[in-house]
Design a binder for this molecule. Structure first.
Ligand code: PAF
Length: 293
């Protein structure tokens, strides 16, 4: 496995590989877990490809009250996981490499970034799209893989790629869950034992909602209310949003039809967690927990 922390040697190496192989790319902020492993496995499904992952904790996507200093950075452990998962290249730039001068060009995706996390984390998605665009320019991947757990992020990046005519195929890896259903996330490391117990309530909320949908409920508000109730029972009182929206444009809806997402953001203790479940609804028939795209 090759490790690069500078752009020029990374590009030179990939230029050689690119003659015979495609390039797949999994951008990460490190503190890797099986959810990232699923992204690397999805990338590995591309034949004749060199598999690149990046580890970069991006300051531009943290808000003023969000403690970037506390973000876990277990680099050696991360590199070992990349080795085990079969990455060929890991790119580990520092902030001075990604942002050598004040960033005066930014990428803004309109509309899709307005609801859900965009509402409560102003500037977050602009930080994400800007760094992902920069990383795409450094790596020039043919295929990039993102996790369905960060569903809004995946939709926003797909829109950026499409609207800026980037020649990149965006693929998704399904959410990987702990035994009790908690979605794997680097932020789970922050949870106290008590909050970790409560956090599984987010998945139970999604499950309770999915049971209502399976049983034929098609009005959005009662389904959201059912998920909220289940989370409250688990001791989760600080819910930022629990909303059903259309997958295509994340617009609000009253009745469930087509591909819809139930997206949740909630705090247990000081830790903000997000999760979602996607449904494909065709009249009385509902497919539960399907791919976002
Ligand atoms: O999902 C993440 O880990 C980050 O938002 C990403 C895509 C690596 C950009 O910093």
């Amino acid at each position: 496995m090759q490790i690069f922390s500078e752009i020029a040697p990374l590009r030179a190496y990939l230029a050689g590989e690119r003659r015979d192989e495609r390039v797949t790319f999994v951008p990460t902020m490190g503190a890797l877990h099986d959810g990232h492993g699923a992204c690397v496995r999805e990338a590995a499904a591309v034949e004749n490809a060199v598999r690149v992952a990046s580890i970069f904790v991006n300051p531009a996507q943290f808000g003023p009250g969000e403690d970037i200093g506390a973000y876990p950075r277990p680099l050696e452990q991360d590199l070992e996981l990349c080795r085990q998962w079969g990455c060929d290249v890991v790119f580990t730039p520092g902030p001075e490499v990604v942002y050598p001068s004040p960033q005066r060009v930014r990428v803004d995706v309109e509309a899709l970034t307005e609801p859900l996390c965009g509402r409560s984390r102003p500037g977050h998605f602009r930080g994400v799209t800007t760094v992902v665009a920069k990383l795409f320019n450094m790596v020039s991947p043919d295929v990039a893989v993102f996790g369905q757990k960060d569903a809004q992020q995946a939709l926003v990046i797909r829109e950026m790629v499409s609207q800026l005519d980037m020649p990149i195929e965006v693929r998704l890896a399904r959410t990987v869950r702990e035994a009790d259903g908690l979605a794997m996330s680097s932020r789970n490391a922050y949870l106290s034992e008590e909050d970790r117990g409560k956090a599984a309530g987010i998945f139970r909320g999604l499950q309770a909602a999915s049971e209502m949908i399976r049983d034929g409920e098609r009005a959005a508000r009662p389904v959201e209310a059912r998920a909220l109730k289940e989370m409250k029972v688990a001791g989760i009182n600080d819910v930022d949003y629990c909303e059903l929206r259309r997958v295509g444009d994340l617009s609000a809806l009253e009745r469930l039809e087509g591909r819809v997402i139930l997206a949740v953001a909630a705090k247990t203790g000081a830790t903000r967690l997000i999760d979602n479940m996607v449904f494909e609804i065709d009249g009385a028939v509902a497919a539960i927990d399907v791919a976002l795209f």
